[in-house]
Design a protein. Structure first.
Lengths: 351, 284
């Protein structure tokens, strides 16, 4: 909350990225399956936005689609405004020029995201030369060494001529980051950047991303299913369920006072080292199938608070200051505290 | 210790590099021999392949190791000189087929859609003919001559590589580093040439090596039925054809027959060796 107050009005006026009602569907046998059903997010300069959701909730898909990276059979509609320019419907050539220069991505699996038959140096050099045609090869090499130093890879002059298989997992992710920041982007989209890494390396990579964010002043979108990563590193969090943002708030506010039962379920599902239970809590049921979304609120079949209205009417987004949630009972849910969390965790998992 | 005893049991064995399997070595020696015969036939051949060397239809003897043919030419010399016609043609045909087929397959696999489907239907149609029949039809319509036979063989052979390449591209296209390259702003041409194709060559290389032998055989077949080399070119298939009219002078066909057998086997052995080396699943 204090973070919000510190830079509240200035950041609210001119967002770097504004996604409005972004929809992504897949045509299949004449029907359109909605995977993302109307994503609304905003991101200011220098901000870290965590996007959280289960596998298949549409969190990666939505971000990829806003960069024009959707699959061939996907249908995209809505609005994505980056620095005042609409991205949806822009020609492919323009999008290509934008990707890797002003907006960069890093992916989940650093081994398979690097070309196995190109040296690491060549790959970073390629990222540079793709967007700065005037750069000479010597200039590019100098910049590659600088970048490798920036992401703390030891002996960059030796490493530059090595292939990805000669790097460890954490080092590969550093290379990916070096490629992503090569052209000084303003927005970095990290799609589960630490999922394939072990915990200590995860912490190193996350710390580095934060340092780079400070140094280069870039905004960061952190797509993840790891609430721990979000809690430690994001300024603001958007929780996605079945292709919709169901709750969004400052990170501390979200964890202290979640207003959507799904968010509460997610937080209650975090295993605690001190708990002595045999069985871990999980949200009952499974996420809905793309083609068979339930009527009303998409979460109602799994929700312990569900009433008749939830089964019939899709909830509107309720704004509670800078906190918004899509639940009929967002304002009336019982207060959330250690006791409520414990109580929810006590419920038998009937999944 | 069991470990040291294992190590001690094979010190006498010759240490070969990993790629040098027995098959690869045998194939290599045979192919090397034919390579020398192609480049420097006069080093190996005792007589001029086109001139009368002695009495006609002599059985193999000390001065004519493989005998003489119906015109009194030395069969051994003609067989050795024959490499000059078979090997470069085979190489030319395979390289052309690889280039054309890979390009078509890569476009088909990467682009997909109507163009991709059209290319693959063309491949299906071509492959549905027995290769020798289609090659005969094309060669016959172009007229005799080794050059026309080569064109006919390229027409028959490119679809094989188109299929191979398409399958490879379809698989590599979905890998994450390709997506990462797209996300970095790379264009289609760069993605295809730098991020996809370099990972697709292994099966093409193996298949091409083996096909060298097959193409030698096909070229000989076309010459045998008179659609390839014209007399007096000492081409292996044409020589066997000559020998067929003098059935009891078996040695006329024996020389070129052995040449085809060894050349085909040699390339197949090398191809086998390459496959064992590149594909970890297929080796011991």
């Amino acid at each position: 909350m204090s973070v919000a107050d510190a830079k509240g009005p200035a950041s609210a006026s001119e967002p770097l990225l504004r996604i409005r009602d972004l929809k992504v569907g897949f045509s299949s046998h004449g029907k359109t399956l909605p995977a993302v059903r109307g994503l609304d997010v905003e991101l200011s300069k220098g901000e870290v936005l965590g996007i959280v959701g289960e596998s298949g909730s549409g969190k990666s898909l939505g971000m990829l689609a806003s960069l024009g990276l959707q699959a061939r059979n996907a249908v995209v509609s809505g609005s994505v405004v980056f620095k005042g320019q609409e991205l949806i419907g822009r020609p492919r050539r323009d999008m290509r020029a934008l990707r890797g220069s002003e907006i960069s991505m890093i992916f989940q699996d650093p081994l398979s995201s690097l070309n196995p038959v190109m040296t690491v140096g060549d790959q970073i050099r390629e990222a540079l030369l793709l967007h700065t045609k005037s750069m000479t090869k010597a200039q590019a090499t100098a910049r590659v060494l600088e970048l490798l130093q920036l992401v703390a890879i030891p002996q960059p002059d030796r490493r530059i001529n090595q292939y990805p298989h000669e790097f460890s997992g954490g080092m590969r992710q550093r290379v990916m980051i070096a490629m992503a920041i090569a052209n000084n982007p303003e927005l970095l989209v990290a799609d589960e950047p630490t999922t394939a890494l072990d915990v200590t390396v995860q912490a190193q990579i996350m710390r580095m991303l934060r340092d780079l964010k400070e140094k280069l002043g870039l905004a960061l979108i952190l797509i993840t299913h790891d609430l721990g990563v979000v809690a430690g590193h994001a300024d603001r969090v958007a929780v996605i369920y079945a292709g919709l943002v169901i709750e969004e708030a400052e990170v501390r506010e979200l964890f202290a006072n979640p207003r959507h039962p799904y968010t509460r379920g997610l937080i209650a599902s975090i295993p605690k080292l001190t708990a002595s239970k045999d069985k871990l809590y999980s949200i009952p049921g499974a996420p809905p199938m793309l083609g068979a979304l339930p009527e009303g609120c998409a979460f109602h079949p799994r929700c312990s608070f569900a009433q008749d209205v939830c089964r019939k009417v899709a909830p509107a987004t309720i704004e509670l200051g800078r906190h918004r949630a899509s639940c009929h009972f967002a304002e009336t849910l019982p207060p959330w505290g250690e006791s409520a969390r414990a109580a929810q965790s006590e419920e038998p998992a009937h999944g | 210790m069991p470990l040291s005893s294992v190590q001690a049991s094979s010190p006498a064995r010759l240490r070969l590099p990993e790629w040098a399997s027995p098959a690869f070595l045998v194939g290599g020696v045979v192919v090397l021999f034919w390579l020398v015969a192609t480049l420097f036939p006069t080093w190996l051949a005792p007589y001029d392949p086109l001139k009368l060397a002695g009495r006609r239809l002599q059985a193999p003897n000390a001065s004519y190791l493989l005998g003489t043919d119906a015109l009194g030419r030395d069969v051994l010399s003609r067989t050795i000189h024959g490499a000059q016609h078979s090997l470069p043609i085979a190489l030319l045909v395979v390289v052309s087929a690889v280039v054309i087929g890979s390009a078509a397959g890569a476009i088909s696999g990467y682009r997909g859609g109507i163009i991709g489907a059209a290319i693959m239907r063309l491949v299906d149609i071509t492959l549905s003919f027995p290769p020798i029949l289609l090659a005969m039809a094309v060669a016959a319509s172009l007229g005799p001559g080794l050059g026309n036979a080569a064109i006919a063989m390229v027409v028959v052979w490119w679809p094989v590589y188109a299929r191979l390449m398409r399958a490879q591209v379809l698989e590599v296209r979905e890998r994450e580093h390709v997506e990462a390259a797209v996300a970095a702003g790379a264009g289609h041409f760069r993605i295809l040439t730098k991020h996809i194709l370099p990972l697709c060559w292994t099966p093409i290389l193996i298949s091409a090596t083996m096909d060298l032998g097959q193409v030698i055989l096909l070229a000989a077949s076309l010459s045998f039925i008179g659609l390839g080399a014209t007399p007096p070119t000492p081409e292996w298939g044409a020589m066997i054809s000559d020998g067929a009219t003098f059935f009891y002078s078996w040695w006329i066909a024996f020389g070129p027959g052995m040449a085809i057998l060894t050349a085909v086997l040699g390339f197949n052995f090398i191809g086998d060796g390459l496959r064992d080396y590149f594909d970890p699943r297929s080796s011991k």
